[in-house]
Design a protein around this ligand. Structure first.
Ligand code: APR
Length: 240
């Protein structure tokens, strides 16, 4: 692993730090990632368009809803790992978290009330695609697929599916944070999904110093100031 000293210096001297995370930050907690060599990678085993698109839900709402309940039942048994804890420390010093994750693990250890910009929504809620009615989900008491109490349309997980737009307010807040950032810490993302991955280039073009922690080589390796390859739970605590 590259010497973490430079990475630690960048984070220590940052005044406007943005932390950009993906599924890899939760992998050490046992949450499967989506891509990559891991046998558990979800899109290696399941069809993303059948299970994570509005068309897939329209075609078979119960199949999709039950699959999310399966992921929720796993999350109910999972705990945040030392990478989440270390990131929460940076958050308590004023860092902004922008996450692609819907697993809620940052929220479990973050300072109470701290804003986390969730680009892809949350798995711990359902919403109606028609009337925007929303309901929180207790991961330990999972409801079945059911109609919206207001308009009768099926409620679906409050995540952003392929082909759907991100929440404009959250997106604009994320863009502003990256434009203003003097440093960015990237943890556990393949950088394959846009527009989220474009935030790294936005921060870089605004001269932010960038630290990357990822198990595998990433498309960002050549544009960051320090690239550390390995497990987030091992590396991130060393940087804080
Ligand atoms: N520590 C650090 N990095 C890890 C670890 C680990 N323990 N395990 C895996 N990784 C890295 C992998 O090398 C990979 O580059 O995390 C990355 C995970 O990539 P993806 O599975 O593609 O996850 P992500 O980038 O978050 O996906 C983006 O795609 O499917 C959609 O909406 C979903 O938010 C998700 C988006």
């Amino acid at each position: 692993m590259t010497d973490p000293t430079q990475a630690r210096d960048i984070l220590t001297h940052a005044r406007r730090l943005v932390i950009f995370t993906g599924a890899g930050v939760s992998a050490d907690s046992g949450v499967p990632t989506f891509r990559g060599a891991s046998a558990d990678a979800l899109w290696g085993k399941y069809d993303p368009y059948q299970l994570a698109s509005p068309q897939g839900f329209a075609a078979d709402p119960k199949l999709v809803y039950d699959w999310y309940n399966w992921r929720r039942s796993q999350l109910a048994l999972i705990q945040p790992n030392p990478a989440h804890q270390a990131i929460a420390k940076l958050q308590s010093r004023g860092a902004t978290i922008i996450t692609q994750n819907v697993d809620g693990l940052h929220e479990r250890v973050g300072p109470p009330g701290a804003t986390i910009l969730r680009l892809h929504g949350t798995i711990a809620a359902d919403r109606c695609s028609i009337c925007d009615h929303a309901e929180e989900i207790d991961l330990h008491h999972l409801p079945a697929l059911r109609p919206c109490p207001r308009c009768g349309e099926y409620l679906r997980p409050a995540v952003v599916w392929f082909g759907e737009s991100l929440d404009p307010d959250i997106w604009h807040a994320a863009e502003s944070a990256c434009r203003a950032a003097d440093a960015m810490l990237i943890v556990g993302t393949s950088g394959e999904v846009y527009p989220a991955a474009g935030l790294v280039r936005l921060a870089a073009s605004n001269r932010a110093k960038i630290v990357l922690v990822n198990l595998d080589p990433s498309p960002f390796d050549d544009m960051v100031d320090a690239a550390l390859h390995g497990r987030a739970a091992d590396i991130v605590p060393q940087l804080v």
